[in-house]
Design a protein around this ligand. Structure first.
Ligand SMILES: [Zn+2]
Length: 99
């Protein structure tokens, strides 16, 4: 489960959800009010996984009917979402722009 990098307290389901879909760089921890950022290491792992998941789907779409495509696409999206949800790592320091 996703934990705060500062106080090590686990975040609630909705808080993690909010963190995943919020565009703002920093989000306050509900336990210690410390600003939390999404870890860059995490982004580095998740982005290739998302690509690996989407590319094979796109390759096979030619022979698929729309219904099958939508079904597989939703399953892939759900898998990607669950993966992101359970692996999300937080950091007290903003390391996004240091490429
Ligand atoms: Zn905290």
């Amino acid at each position: 489960m996703t934990k705060c990098d500062a106080c090590n307290q686990p975040w609630s389901f909705f808080k993690v959800l909010q963190r995943l879909f919020m565009m703002k760089a920093a989000m306050d921890c509900p336990h210690c009010d410390e600003k939390q950022y999404i870890k860059k290491d995490w982004k580095r792992i998740v982005v290739p996984i998302l690509i690996l998941l989407i590319v094979p789907i796109l390759l096979f779409t030619v022979e698929m009917s729309v219904n099958v495509f939508l079904l597989i696409f939703s399953l892939a999206a759900l898998t990607a979402f669950l993966y992101m949800f359970f692996t999300l790592r937080l950091s007290s320091v903003e390391d996004w722009n240091q490429n």
